[in-house]
Design a protein around this ligand. Structure first.
Ligand code: XIL
Length: 383
């Protein structure tokens, strides 16, 4: 009796003092070239394709991941095979949004997001968290709040519960999503209408407290599509600079990049301006109407060419599963065959010179502060 009590106490101390590695450390210890470029058991042969893994190629030029959105319904069959072989990060397409995670006040539902995060952990994939505050897919009980103190506390509870649940398991969080109008002002939403711009600092402070190691992002669309002088792009830059100067813990800007055809030419210059004012940046939801190879190359290359652009996420694997399915905007067709844009990306990025890749890699490493990622996730997060 006594012995087992003591060993139970000792075991619990060992468990609580064990510091699990941060997500980025786990994947840094893997030989991705061996893992993805050369292996024969990755399902690629089932599709009779010869292209390399875009994730492995992206990592080989110094980036952290090439990812896609997913959810529980995409984690089986051929979709899972392709996900495993070609992508290094998953972003919950819908399971992380407020209408799913807290449909009624205080009644949380993390079933779908747990499934995705657990799958990612078991398969050495990174996770981008998406998203805690968004005007859309927001339950009506939140939109009905008209009192500052109530809304502040509701935001704090929502953000700390969701982000805290996955602390140490998520690389980046879109803390706020789509908060700007096209003219660069702040969008009407319950958050802005009740709290003014303070909702941003309230949300980021709660996020930082809930997971101090996660990179905290502000995410939006039409910020790289229209050119670097577009009012939404310059407006975002003005606000983010001001908030960072005021101590709001914003680490990164996410450019969704849901492109119309013909817009890719605007991406490189706009992305450069956005990335210049934050410690890191990413393209977070890329899809391009008709998926012209040249447009994909211009768009993805713009991240590849910016040292602190840490990764790209495309918004789905195959066309019929896209939220814009009728415009065939993704890298795989309905049979999971790679489209010309995929092959063109492999060719362009695969032939980056070693010198360039090395420069990008070291600059990215310092810009993202990987050396500070040595701590800590408690392995005992509640489920
Ligand atoms: C989309 C999903 O892909 C759809 O399944 C859903 O019906 C609506 O939302 N910007 C975002 C994403 O930040 O969350 C959106 O995802 C696409 C636009």
């Amino acid at each position: 009796m006594r012995t087992s009590f003591i060993s139970a106490v000792l075991a619990s101390q060992i468990i609580t003092s064990y510091a699990a590695p941060h997500p980025i450390e786990v994947i840094q210890n893997i030989d991705w070239e061996k893992e993805l470029l050369g292996r024969s058991d990755d399902g690629l042969e089932k599709r009779a394709r010869s292209e390399k893994s875009i994730d492995a190629v992206f990592k080989s030029i110094g980036k952290q991941y090439f990812g896609t959105c997913a959810d529980q319904n995409r984690l089986s069959g051929t979709n899972a095979d392709v996900l495993l072989a070609d992508f290094g990060q998953v972003t919950p397409e819908n399971s992380g949004k407020w209408d799913t995670t807290e449909p009624q006040q205080g009644k949380f539902n993390f079933q779908g997001l747990d499934a995705l995060v657990n799958w990612a952990q078991s398969n050495n994939k990174l996770v981008r968290g998406h998203t805690t505050l968004w005007y859309s897919q927001l339950p009506s009980w939140v939109s009905a709040i008209n009192n500052k103190a109530t809304l502040t506390s509701v935001i704090q509870t929502h953000v700390s519960t969701e982000i805290g649940r996955y602390a140490g398991k998520v690389l980046q969080w879109d803390v706020v999503n789509e908060i700007f109008n096209e003219d660069g002002t702040l969008r009407n939403s319950v958050f802005h209408n009740v709290l003014g711009e303070d909702f941003v600092s309230i949300a980021f402070a709660a996020a930082k407290k809930a997971d101090p190691k996660a990179k905290l992002y502000i995410n939006d669309y039409n910020t790289v599509e229209k050119g670097s002088t577009y009012a939404k792009t310059t407006g975002m830059i003005t606000y983010v600079k001001k908030w960072i100067a005021a101590g709001v813990p914003i680490d990164g800007i996410g450019a969704q990049a849901h492109l119309q055809s013909g817009e890719s030419k605007n991406v490189p210059a706009s992305l450069k301006e956005l990335c210049a004012i934050v410690s890191e940046c990413a393209m977070t939801e890329v899809d391009i109407v008709n998926a012209a190879a040249s447009e994909y190359v211009t768009t993805i290359k713009s991240c590849a060419d910016i040292a602190n652009c840490v990764g790209v996420t495309v918004w789905g694997i195959r066309d019929p599963d896209s939220w814009r399915a009728s415009s065939n905007p993704l890298l795989f067709d309905s049979n999971y065959n790679t489209k010309p844009a995929y092959s063109a990306l492999i060719q362009t990025l695969g032939s980056y010179s070693t010198a360039k890749a090395t420069t990008t890699a070291s600059a990215t490493g310092s810009a993202t502060g990987n050396s500070t990622l040595s701590a800590t996730a408690t392995p005992t997060q509640s489920k």
